[in-house]
Design a protein. Structure first.
Length: 206
């Protein structure tokens, strides 16, 4: 990458971090010829991902480039991320500017405000997807959003509520979903199924 172009991207990255503060980081990656990998050439405020300059990373899927989406980290952090491609004169991706913003605190604040105002949102239905793995991931994201807390801060009742949501929306019809869900929520498969059974007992009593 030409040094002049990199200098411009560095200035943009610095401006983004200045705007959004300590919970935001910006990664600048130089894309390799085959457009399948990137080498990180500059990082602003890189404490969120832990990456360092010189690291080589795979590029996100083409359909994710330029779009903002939410990533639910295993440690409970909720990251709002956007990977913006920078194209060369030949129309190929020359660089990638990735913005990561830790919105965990904002999500919790939103939950607290909703409770204070007694605003109860309806549970979102799982979006249709041709990839069954995507369906399960979307349902897990929705269950966490319903509770309004990252997994690391959930108590037993919160986890039961999230898992009951998954059960009601058919998540456990997906092959091997039990193992993935129990790992995500940090519980054993035995505990997972006890939560599911408890939900079914409550429904039968009604």
């Amino acid at each position: 990458m030409e040094s002049s172009k990199l200098d411009v991207l560095k200035q943009v990255a610095a401006g983004i971090v200045a705007q959004f503060g300590a919970q935001c980081e910006v990664l600048i990656g130089e894309v390799h010829t085959k457009e399948t990998q990137q080498t990180l050439v500059h990082i602003e405020n890189g404490h969120l991902s832990g990456y360092q300059e010189g690291d080589t990373l795979s590029l996100p899927p083409q359909d994710k480039l330029g779009e903002c989406h939410i990533v639910w980290e295993p440690d409970g952090k909720i990251i709002r991320t956007t990977a913006q491609p920078i194209y060369s004169a030949k129309g190929k991706i020359a660089a990638l500017v990735t913005i990561n913003h830790d919105v965990t605190g904002l999500m919790m604040l939103q939950h607290d405000v909703n409770e204070l105002l007694e605003v109860h949102e309806q549970e979102e239905k799982a979006q249709e997807s041709t990839n069954i793995t995507d369906v399960l991931e979307e349902l897990i994201e929705q269950s966490v959003a319903l509770v309004g807390k990252p997994v690391s801060m959930m108590n037993k009742e919160d986890k039961i509520r999230a898992i009951q949501f998954l059960d009601q929306h058919g998540a456990f019809l997906v092959t091997k979903s039990g193992g993935k869900v129990s790992k995500y929520f940090g519980i054993s498969k035995y505990t997972l199924y006890s939560y599911i059974d408890a939900n079914k007992e409550e429904e039968s009593e009604e």
